[in-house]
Design a protein around this ligand. Structure first.
Ligand SMILES: NC(=O)C1=CN([C@@H]2O[C@H](COP(=O)(O)OP(=O)(O)OC[C@H]3O[C@@H](n4cnc5c(N)ncnc54)[C@H](O)[C@@H]3O)[C@@H](O)[C@H]2O)C=CC1
Ligand SMILES: O=P(O)(O)OC[C@H]1O[C@](O)(CO)[C@@H](O)[C@@H]1O
Length: 393
């Protein structure tokens, strides 16, 4: 079986490629990073190291890699021949792969009538549907109809802390032991393939993807932004501070009220989910950079995203948003000169002011809610990191 995976990054190698390999697929990675492509092709393998006390190491082989820009024709052929296509390029990059994927699918539906599923595995609600919409922009409605007859677009939710390092031994993916890949079976078109090893198949993805994004990713982002403001460089050092740990727990407790109500989840189940999540964040076998976890702040304060959605839903329901609004405010202060979105965000705030920035980036209509965020922003902005550490206690 052949799998084509777009994005040979941390999740591509450490999670998706790993499980596809375990299921029996020959995995071909498609990426824009030529050095990565060369390293993977040189060894026809990479290493996955578990971030637990034993640091177990596994070699993932065989793998190959293609450059989506310089080897377009070969990527298109790989689309024609694939039994499964997956991505983890970052949700904002789905529009960038849509052109080549469309070309491949148009060729495929002429030459290979086998049904095929494409799955975008990104931290976002309905990422695969987003990819499908992007593909629609590159083909006629008639072509899309033909594509939709043969190609399925199942959405999924993925969860695994994945980092990496490159060493003399080649590509090394560093991953926590725990992982969760949940796939919407009702959107699949090809049910003849073996199930992906240890993936879960459900008919309703919503509770899983919302819990992932609005609890796990929200809490992680909140840790990064508050950690940054209080002068920490890693998630682990931030959470070693009892005040920050309490702060993060409080954001998780607030956001969980929205999830509990929406999906009728038991309080006890949510509490144990939060405990598990905190334990993962605090994993001492990981040194997780604040800038990695806080990356792309504009994406993370978007209307449907991890910080904004639980805050506005909780506000509308009359629930507490004291800590969530602090987390949003901290995101607006995330200043990393190496992060394109952070640079754009800070420039926007300095030119147009925080009021306009909150409206522009969160798209929240309610002025009262925006003002609550602004109040927190003003307090944070005018506090030293020491005062801040006191404030969030
Ligand atoms: N790292 C993590 O712990 C987790 C990440 N995710 C999600 O997985 C996705 C990937 O994240 P990471 O692997 O951490 O990022 P990453 O930056 O390590 O990997 C992304 C890869 O995509 C490639 N890429 C970018 N644009 C491309 C394009 N146009 N065509 C082909 N390849 C392209 C990059 O060169 C890179 O190798 C994101 O959506 C992220 O939100 C989800 C759960 C955990
Ligand atoms: O691109 P994003 O959304 O920051 O994705 C990476 C984040 O998702 C997480 O996987 C949580 O599953 C974290 O490891 C990481 O902070």
């Amino acid at each position: 079986m052949k799998a084509l995976h777009f994005g040979a990054g941390n999740i591509g190698k450490g999670f998706i490629g790993y499980l596809l390999n375990k299921t029996g697929y020959d995995v071909c990675f498609a990426d824009i990073n030529q050095q990565m492509v060369d390293r993977l092709n040189k060894n026809e393998s990479y290493i996955v190291e578990l971030l637990d006390d034993s640091h177990t190491v596994e070699v993932i082989s065989p793998v190959t890699a293609l450059n989506v820009i310089t080897q377009e024709a070969r990527v298109i052929d790989a689309i024609v021949e694939a039994d499964l296509i997956t991505t983890s390029v970052g949700v904002n990059n789905l529009s960038r792969i849509a052109n080549i994927v469309s070309k491949g699918l148009l060729k495929r539906v002429k030459e290979n009538k086998k049904r095929l599923d494409i799955m975008a595995n990104e931290n976002a609600i309905h990422a695969t549907s987003t990819l499908k919409q992007e593909i629609e922009r590159h083909v006629t409605s008639g072509e899309m109809k033909e594509i939709s007859f043969f190609i399925g677009f199942p959405n999924s939710a993925i969860d695994r802390l994945a980092l990496s390092r490159s060493g003399g031994e080649g590509e090394i993916a560093l991953v926590e032991p725990m992982y969760e890949w949940i796939i919407n079976k009702s959107e699949m078109i090809n049910l003849d393939l073996p199930l992906i090893k240890n993936a879960s198949y459900v008919d309703d993805l919503e509770p899983y993807i919302e819990r992932k994004l609005y609890i796990v990713n929200m809490g992680h982002a909140a840790t990064a932004y508050i950690g940054f403001l209080t002068g920490h460089t890693t998630i682990q050092s931030a959470l070693a501070n009892p005040g920050i740990e309490r702060f993060v727990r409080n954001t998780l407790n607030e956001a969980s009220q929205y999830i509990i109500r929406k999906f009728s989840i038991e309080n006890e189940d949510m509490s144990s989910f939060i405990e598990k999540t905190m334990k993962r964040f605090k994993n001492e076998n990981i040194s997780d950079d604040i800038f990695r976890v806080g990356r792309s702040p504009i994406r993370k304060i978007g209307y449907e995203e991890r910080l904004t959605k639980p805050t506005r839903e909780s506000f509308d329901a009359g629930l507490s948003i004291e800590y969530l609004t602090m987390a949003v405010a901290a995101a607006f202060l995330f200043d990393n000169p190496h992060d394109e979105e952070s640079v754009i965000l800070q420039k926007y705030i300095s030119e147009k002011g925080i009021d306009q920035a909150i409206l522009h980036f969160t798209q929240i209509k309610n002025k009262e809610l925006r003002n609550k965020m602004k109040e927190k922003y003003d307090v944070f902005k005018n506090s030293s990191s020491e005062t801040l550490a006191q404030l969030i206690k």
